[in-house]
Ligand binder design. Structure first.
Ligand SMILES: *Cc1c(COP(=O)(O)O)cnc(C)c1O
Length: 416
C-alpha cells in the first residue's frame, strides 16, 4: 500500500466546491475535467445537494419492478421533452450500461422485426463507449479492447472522420461501403461530434447527417452515445442536434446527475419501443438493481431545473469563447499539434500520436498539479473540459497553468 501510494502519488481529496477540489492539506486544484466529465455544474452545487438531502429523508431506494416513483416518472418526461422523436426512456446506472442497454435493444429489436441475422455492430476507430464486456467490442482504442478480444460480440470498426489522417471524405466513403453490405448489421454506434476518451478528436456534423440517412436506408439502427457530449458540453444540449438528426437510440449519463450519483438513461424512438410489444416473450428483460434510483433521479430533475434557471447553456457559450481564445496561444508553440476546441472542450496533442503509454502528457499533469490544476491527459493529448459554469477568472487561471505546465515540459524535452 505504501509503495503504491509513493509511486502513484494519488491526491487525497477531502472536499470539493464549485470548480475546485481540495486535498487534505487544504491545497486546492481547479478540476480541469469536471471529475471525468460529470460535474458540469461544478462540485456540490447547493441546489443539487439540497435536493439530494431532501430526497434522502423520504425515499432512498426502491427497485423499478412493478413500481414507479415520482422523480423517475418526472425525469423520464423531462428527458423525453428534450429529445424530440425519442419519447421512451430506459433508466440504468452508468454510461457503460446506457450503451450496453442500447446494444441489447438493437439486437432484440432486429430479431423481433424479422431480421435475426443482424447481430453485428459498426463503430469508429478511436471510439470509446464504456467498460462492460458488451461495449468493449465497440472500443476503437486497442489497449481497452485487446485483452478481451476472445470473448466479445462481433463489431466492425470504420475509419474515423475525426482522424486527421483519414478525413471526412474518406470516412464517408468507408461508411457508405460498410452500409452497402449491411445485412448482418444491427446498429451503428457513434459518439456525436467528438470522440472523448479516444483523444478528444472532433469531427464534422456532416458525417452524422450522412450516417443518419445511410443507416435508415440500410435498416440499421443509429445509436448515439451522448454520455460525454450531452448536457451542453459541445455547445448545444445534445451534440447530435448540431447535425439536426434524430437517432433511433440516445444514451445519456455522466452530466445527467451533475456528478453526484451514478445514473443513466437510454432513450428510444416509438418504432424501437413498439417492436417489444405483443407478448411477454417480446419484452426487454434488462434491469439493474439500482436503475432509476430515487436519489439519482431527484438530483437529475434538479440538474435540469438549474440549467433553465441559471441559463447554463448561455453561460457556457461565453466561457467556450474564452476557452477557444485562450487556446490560441498554443498554436504557435513548437511541439504542440492539432489545437482544437468545441464548446467547453479544448485539446491539443504533444508531439503527435496520442498513445496511452507515452509519458509527456503525464509530465504536464504533474506540473499542473504543482500549480493548482487537475488536468489528466489522454496519453499525449492534453485537454480541458471544465464545468460549464466555471467562473471566468478560474478559467483564465486554468489556461495560464496549462500554458506554464506545457512550456516547462516542452523546454525540458528540447522542443521549445
Ligand atoms: C465515460 C463514457 C462512457 C462510460 O460511462 P461510465 O459511466 O464510465 O460507465 C460511455 N460512453 C462515453 C462516450 C463516455 O465518455
Amino acid at each position: 500500500m505504501d509503495v503504491y501510494i509513493q509511486s502513484a502519488r494519488p491526491l487525497v481529496i477531502e472536499r470539493a466546491e464549485g470548480t475546485r477540489i481540495f486535498d487534505k492539506n487544504g491545497r486546492s486544484y481547479i478540476d480541469g475535467n469536471s471529475s471525468w466529465w460529470t460535474a458540469l455544474l461544478g462540485h456540490n452545487h447547493p441546489r443539487l445537494v439540497s435536493a439530494l438531502r431532501e430526497q434522502a429523508t423520504s425515499l432512498c431506494h426502491v427497485a423499478l419492478g412493478g413500481i414507479i416513483h415520482e422523480s423517475a416518472a418526472h425525469l423520464a418526461l423531462r428527458l423525453a421533452a428534450l429529445c424530440p422523436g425519442l419519447p421512451h426512456v430506459f433508466f440504468s446506472d452508468n454510461g457503460s450500461t446506457a450503451v450496453e442497454a442500447a446494444m441489447k435493444m438493437a439486437l432484440q429489436y432486429q430479431a423481433q422485426v424479422g431480421a435475426p441475422a443482424r447481430t453485428e455492430f459498426l463503430a469508429l476507430d478511436g471510439a470509446f463507449h464504456g467498460e462492460t464486456l458488451g461495449v468493449t467490442a465497440l472500443s476503437g482504442v486497442g489497449a481497452f479492447r485487446a485483452p478481451f478480444s476472445s470473448a466479445i460480440v462481433s463489431a466492425r470498426r470504420l475509419p474515423s472522420p475525426a482522424d486527421p489522417e483519414v478525413g471526412l471524405e474518406a470516412a464517408l466513403t468507408a461508411l457508405e461501403c460498410a452500409l452497402q453490405e449491411a445485412s448482418t448489421v444491427a446498429a451503428l454506434v457513434l459518439e456525436p461530434l467528438v470522440q472523448g476518451a479516444g483523444g478528444m478528436r472532433v469531427y464534422s456534423p456532416l458525417y452524422l447527417k450522412r450516417a443518419r440517412e445511410l443507416t435508415a436506408q440500410a435498416g440499421v439502427l443509429l445509436i448515439v452515445d451522448e454520455v460525454f457530449t450531452g448536457f451542453g458540453r459541445t455547445g448545444t444540449f445534445w451534440a447530435s442536434s448540431q447535425a439536426e438528426i434524430i437517432p433511433d437510440v440516445l444514451c445519456a449519463a455522466k452530466g445527467l446527475s451533475g456528478g453526484l450519483l451514478p445514473l443513466a438513461a437510454t432513450l428510444a424512438s416509438s418504432r424501437v419501443f413498439e417492436a417489444f410489444w405483443g407478448g411477454k416473450e417480446r419484452a426487454f428483460y434488462y434491469g439493474h438493481t439500482y436503475a432509476g434510483n430515487p436519489l439519482g433521479t431527484r438530483v437529475a430533475l434538479e440538474v435540469l431545473s438549474v440549467y433553465e434557471d441559471e441559463n447554463v447553456l448561455g453561460v457556457a457559450q461565453e466561457r467556450a469563447q474564452q476557452l477557444a481564445l485562450g487556446l490560441e496561444r498554443f498554436r504557435a508553440m513548437p511541439g504542440v499539434e492539432q489545437v482544437r476546441s468545441l464548446g467547453m472542450i479544448a485539446a491539443f496533442d504533444l508531439g503527435g500520436n496520442a498513445n496511452y503509454l507515452q509519458p509527456l502528457g503525464w509530465e504536464v499533469y504533474q506540473e499542473a498539479l504543482e500549480r493548482g490544476a487537475y488536468l489528466r491527459p489522454l496519453g499525449n493529448v492534453i485537454y480541458a473540459a471544465p464545468p460549464l459554469n466555471i467562473p471566468s477568472a478560474d478559467l483564465q487561471e486554468l489556461l495560464d497553468i496549462l500554458e506554464k505546465s506545457v512550456r516547462v515540459v516542452l523546454e525540458r524535452h528540447g522542443a521549445a
